[in-house]
Ligand binder design. Structure first.
Ligand SMILES: Nc1ncnc2c1ncn2[C@@H]1O[C@H](COP(=O)(O)OP(=O)(O)OP(=O)(O)O)[C@@H](O)[C@H]1O
Ligand SMILES: [Mg+2]
Length: 289
């Protein structure tokens, strides 16, 4: 069964801005889905419909077949963990410890397992020792990590992340990518994230959904998405840098690959094959002489 299912969903803000138009989207258990699109495309609005922070103006949102309506919020908000684009919208407690415990206390988690879960979540985001700090006094990247820890501590079924890599330092981005993949693989937590960072998309998504002015204009595998040149161009996206380089080399006949490599690992494999083929050809030419 779909974890999230949106049918003919539209959403208009009070000022009349129609942010979402006729959205049909399903997210399956275990998937890693990237939602891409230009500024104002509707990504953050869409996310807020997943756990009922916003109610659709039309259409239906279901979480595991359960309508996302007030009487189901408690169940749904436990299972749909949301990390906001701006951590200041999410953090409100006096200390990091209180911030992470808040949701767990609401769930009635006993004191000793609560402490364990708080320490685990802080350790996972690399903020051990931050328990007594005030979230409002942290750096942007640290706030982002605390926001992630508050949600992780609840061990949701789906993690919805709005711009998860924004404000993180380069090592923080790499660590986050590893962490999210680990969470997906070992805890089977489904990932849905919005990002402008196309370089992380092939590392973190099996499927890409592209939005434009409140509509879904593309849904396909990550490879299909970056192969759809018109979609990339029309939606102010670009190829991951490694794919761009491979494309240039392909155009100059230096690299022949049927499928454009999107990650360093894929590029390494393509280059290795190319070099081995060139060596083989060289040997054959020598033998032929
Ligand atoms: N509270 C609001 N009131 C009125 N209009 C809003 C509100 N929040 C967002 N919008 C509008 O809704 C549309 C979609 O905004 P949204 O924040 O969902 O886009 P986004 O894809 O998340 O963009 P970004 O990449 O900049 O984060 C935009 O036109 C925006 O101006
Ligand atoms: Mg947004």
């Amino acid at each position: 069964m779909e974890l999230l299912k949106l049918t003919d969903v539209s959403y208009s803000y009070y000022d009349g801005t129609q942010a979402l138009k006729n959205i049909n989207l399903s997210v399956l258990p275990g998937e890693r889905v990237a939602i891409l699109g230009a500024n104002g495309a509707g990504k953050s609005t869409l996310f807020q419909l997943f756990n009922g922070l916003l109610q659709p103006s039309a259409g239906e949102v279901l979480f595991k077949g359960l309508p996302v309506v007030k009487e189901n919020y408690k169940t749904i908000r436990r299972s749909v963990g949301m990390v906001f684009q701006d951590p200041d919208d999410q953090l409100f407690s006096a200390t990091v410890h209180q911030e992470i415990s808040y949701g767990l206390l609401n769930l009635g988690v006993p004191k000793n397992s609560l402490e364990e879960q708080v320490s685990w979540a802080l350790d996972v985001v690399g903020l051990t020792g931050y328990t007594h700090k005030s979230p409002s006094r942290l750096s942007g990247g640290e706030k982002k990590r605390v926001a992630l820890a508050t949600v992780l501590a609840m061990q949701p079924e789906v993690l919805v992340l709005d711009e998860p890599t924004a404000a993180l330092d380069p090592r923080g981005v790499a660590q986050l990518v590893d962490l999210l993949n680990q969470i997906n693989q070992t805890l089977h937590i489904t990932l849905v994230f919005a990002s402008h960072d196309v370089d992380v998309v092939p590392l973190l998504a099996d499927r890409v959904v592209v939005m434009n002015q409140g509509e879904i204009v593309f849904s396909g595998t990550t490879a299909e998405a970056f192969d759809a040149k018109e979609i990339i161009r029309h939606n102010k996206l670009r190829l991951p840098r490694i794919a761009h380089l491979a494309e240039l080399l392909q155009r100059e006949d230096v690299l022949a690959c049927d499928v454009l490599p999107l990650t360093i690992g894929q590029a390494k494999a393509a280059i290795k094959t190319e070099v081995q083929n060139a060596r083989l050809e060289g040997k054959q030419n020598v033998l032929a002489k």
